[in-house]
Design a protein around this ligand. Structure first.
Ligand code: EPU
Length: 468
């Protein structure tokens, strides 16, 4: 298995372009199931989750192809941009199998499009995951409100549209749906119902819809395909169903979580980073907290496209302590909680973080503590008591964003940090070690079989007797 070896200390200095957004790209790709015409997704990142979605769509009868653009449109610090094309040609399979769903929960976003166009969808029920319980009850409630019959069989969700019969897909019918849950709305649930409603008979109103910019990005593609949607980006989305949808071409929005991660990594090493293609306008809660901490973020206010801005991020002194609560958009995103926490481990005082989306999303706390961080957790809240320095240590990556926080800590720590199981990072950050090396980090990817710790292979230590 791959691991990262990081020699901490160097400041991150240089220029990077933010990648296409993983969480925007996944539902955009699934929208290919809504039509038999081609869908072109420009700027799709090269990530393990994107590869899983390609595999899923191929399994569901889509032809896929990839085209790499000439360097003119490639952005700084990245390989040439690529466009993925999908065309749904074979309707005979409508089963998203467990082998794929278990590797990527976002497979659930195939449910709405497949049901709407093919009249039936069978998808393995996603299980729990490292960041806590992640139910899909709201997705199912929404589809049921559109008239779908929902059944559970052998761990699979089977959703069937009214009037579905052999040789006849059937059709969903518009409805007014309340999508709020105990932790706010649901992003992929909103994507599912939005997609399903585009082909339903009549009008659908989604109340308490997720307002995330990734939903707006999806609505843009659906609009280009001929869908009639108003209000995306607000809690009330109104959709007038149409009989069929055309193909479409769309450039995926930049990844606000990747951008935030690099901003915080630069701040943590007191670096100076210029970020291109940065969705600053979708990051106001993030830049607000970073400015509070003392990070300077400068941008050209007159830039034409504030979702693809260029900005310079600098940090000189110690981070100031701060308070932060994760919330649905436009609040501070849960997907940057671990990274902010890592930054605040070096603050000049006590910070308080509360996780309101996934109250158990704190797997990074124990690992950061191994590096000298002082963190006290009580339920969904942690107090981070800033320390003068972190020290390198062998640590274990758990989920995607927790792993990013460990990389940040390793970059700022004294000495060497070894992070194992970096496949978690590959799900959401493209060639992270190459990107960070290009701005001055000393980081390399190695096979953990080749690593020694205190003279013993790491693998042998893992199975060590005496561990309780
Ligand atoms: N929830 C329910 N019922 C549901 C669905 C969600 O109670 O049917 C709860 C969840 O348990 C959670 C909250 O609602 O407490 C929000 O979950 P949401 O459904 O919005 O999450 P998601 O759509 O499955 C996406 C991102 C996550 C990100 C969350 C929250 C993708 C592919 N995933 O997940 O991204 O954390 O929204 O913003 O878009 C990541 O990239 O690391 C990641 C986990």
């Amino acid at each position: 298995m791959d691991a990262f070896v990081i020699h901490g200390g160097p400041r991150l200095v240089g220029r990077l372009a933010v990648n296409g957004s993983k969480n925007a790209a996944l539902p955009l790709m699934a929208a290919a199931l809504l039509t038999d015409q081609p869908i072109h997704i420009e700027g799709a990142p090269r990530l393990a989750d994107i590869a899983s979605m390609v595999r899923l769509l191929e399994d569901l009868g889509c032809e896929t192809s990839e085209e790499v653009s000439d360097s003119a449109s490639a952005t700084a610090g990245r390989e040439a941009e690529r466009t993925l094309t999908f065309r749904s040609t074979d309707w005979s399979s409508s089963h998203a199998r467990y082998e794929i769903v278990r590797t990527m929960r976002a497979s659930i976003c195939a449910l709405g499009p497949m049901l709407a166009r093919r009249g039936q969808a069978r998808i393995s029920m996603p299980g729990g995951c490292a960041i806590g319980d992640r139910p899909v009850d709201l997705h199912l409630r929404g589809l049921a409100a559109l008239g779908a019959d929902i059944a559970l069989e052998s761990g699979d969700i089977i959703a069937t549209a009214p009037g579905h019969a052999p040789g006849r897909p059937g059709r969903l019918r518009g409805a007014t749906i309340f999508l709020g849950g105990p932790f706010g709305s649901t992003v992929l649930g909103t994507a599912n119902i939005l997609c399903a409603a585009t082909l339903a008979r009549g009008q659908t109103i989604i109340e308490s819809a997720a307002c995330e910019p990734e939903i707006v990005d999806l609505a843009r593609l659906l609009g280009a395909m001929g869908a009639r949607i108003e209000g995306a980006g607000t809690p009330r989305i109104v959709i007038e169903g149409v009989d069929e949808l055309d193909g479409g071409r769309h450039r995926v929005m930049p990844d606000r979580i990747e951008a935030g991660t690099f901003m915080m990594a630069a701040a943590m090493t007191r670096g100076r980073l210029t970020l291109e293609n940065c969705p600053l306008d979708a990051m106001l809660a993030v830049s607000d907290r970073l400015k509070e901490i003392g990070v300077r973020i400068e941008t050209d206010e007159t830039a034409a496209d504030t979702l693809r801005a260029t900005c310079e991020v600098t940090m000189d002194g110690l981070p100031r302590p701060a308070q932060m609560t994760t919330q649905p958009y436009p609040g501070f995103p849960t997907d940057l909680q671990a990274q902010l926490l890592a930054l605040l481990t070096l603050a000049d005082g006590n910070s308080v973080i509360t996780e309101k989306i996934y109250p158990e999303r704190y797997l990074h706390v124990a690992e950061l503590s191994r590096m000298g961080a002082r963190i006290f957790r009580q339920g969904p809240t942690v107090v981070v008591s800033g320390v003068r320095r972190l020290v390198g240590a062998p640590v274990m990556a758990s989920d995607l964003r927790a792993s990013a926080s460990l990389v940040m800590a390793g970059l700022a720590a004294e000495g060497t940090t070894i992070i194992r199981r970096v496949y978690h990072l590959d799900r959401g950050y493209e060639a992270m070690e190459e990107v960070l090396s290009s701005i001055g980090a000393r980081i390399e990817r190695v096979d953990d079989k080749d690593l020694l710790l205190d003279g013993a292979p790491l693998g042998a230590l893992e199975s060590g007797a005496g561990a309780v």
